[in-house]
Design a protein around this ligand. Structure first.
Ligand code: CMP
Length: 136
């Protein structure tokens, strides 16, 4: 069993797609270990995405992620990290495969509906950043 971290982003919450996205996650065999709706502060979003701080899109990413409520989650399944990445689809919805969450719910590379950890080290950091009480 492996854990990963995910966020249903502000665009998807605002559009009323959170329930549909959660349903896809559960149908794909993930167990929800932790879940909390939050409205991120600028500092929380900056800290979460610190690996991207040198990127030209960092400021806009932080503004977007703190623009409204999001849903933070810890998910567990076999091969959870790669499995969730497959379910999400490519970062840019224009490149996302049919049937993926981003293909069906994302509007742009920034407002792309969902985040999922990309590797075991990032999953460990991201889970502990928002759910410090959960055992890894
Ligand atoms: P996410 O998986 O949450 O990780 C970093 C986020 O930066 C990414 O999804 C995108 O939503 C966002 N982003 C905005 N612009 C870009 C870009 N040009 N390239 C990659 N990611 C971008």
């Amino acid at each position: 069993m492996e854990k990963t971290f995910s966020i249903i982003k502000p665009d998807a919450v605002k559009a009323g797609n959170a329930g549909a996205i959660l349903s896809r996650i559960e149908k794909a065999g993930f167990r929800i270990v932790g879940l909390r709706m939050r409205h991120l502060t600028t500092r929380e979003a900056q800290g979460f995405y610190h690996v991207h701080k040198a990127r030209p899109f960092f400021g806009e990413l932080v503004n977007f992620m703190s623009s409204g409520p999001c849903i933070t989650m810890v998910l567990e399944r076999e091969n959870a990290i790669l499995g969730l990445r497959d379910l999400m689809g490519a970062t840019n919805p224009a490149n996302a495969a049919a049937g993926t969450i981003r293909k069906d719910f994302a509007a742009s590379i920034e407002a792309n509906a969902i985040h999922g950890s990309d590797a075991p080290e990032t999953a460990a950091f991201e889970i502990s950043y928002f759910f410090p009480g959960i055992e890894l």
